[in-house]
Design a protein around this ligand. Structure first.
Ligand code: FES
Ligand code: FES
Length: 156
């Protein structure tokens, strides 16, 4: 067991956890932040995507103890009083069907927009499709997901 301290969605948290605890388990089971979904056991689906120190990470691929002191944002922490532009865009463009992949898609979308803007690069629909290769939507809603991210990119 190891004591892990992190900042999650702006709040300091501290828990004693088994060393093998994944970040996804830490968020869901210790903190009850169940918006971070677990959709596979192979690190392929991206439903568990969160931001760690400002960059998108698959929470099922990181051990909680390796992130002591990290700054983590989950889908629950993205809205700041009002919905984040990426959340609004998914709603406006029908970017979600069952919603299972949506938290991971949104966290990945925010990361890619931030990254492309910081690098002064154009986030084209082809680039969005390429960037989303680590996120699987089983409802096959990719067309509207790409539209949603393009829409949000214009407003972020
Ligand atoms: S649950 Fe993490 S990639 Fe599928
Ligand atoms: S909206 Fe259902 S899995 Fe993507």
């Amino acid at each position: 067991m190891t004591n892990v301290k992190m900042k999650v969605n702006g709040k300091e948290v501290s828990r004693e956890v088994p060393d093998e605890t994944l970040l996804s388990e830490f968020l869901r089971e210790q903190l009850r932040l169940t918006g971070t979904h677990i959709g596979c056991d192979t690190s392929q689906c991206g439903a568990c995507a969160v931001h760690v120190n400002g960059k998108v990470v698959k929470a099922c691929t990181a051990l909680a103890v390796s992130l002591d002191g990290a700054d983590v944002t989950t889908i629950e922490g993205l809205a700041n009083g009002e919905l984040h532009p990426m959340q609004v865009a998914f709603n406006d463009n029908h970017g979600l069907q069952c919603g299972f992949c949506t938290p991971g898609m949104i966290m990945a979308g925010v990361d890619m927009v931030n990254r492309y803007k910081a690098e002064g690069r154009d986030l084209t629909s082809d680039a969005i499709r390429h960037e989303l290769e680590g996120n699987i939507c089983r409802c096959t809603g990719y067309h509207n997901i790409v539209k949603s991210i393009e829409d949000a990119a214009a407003k972020m």
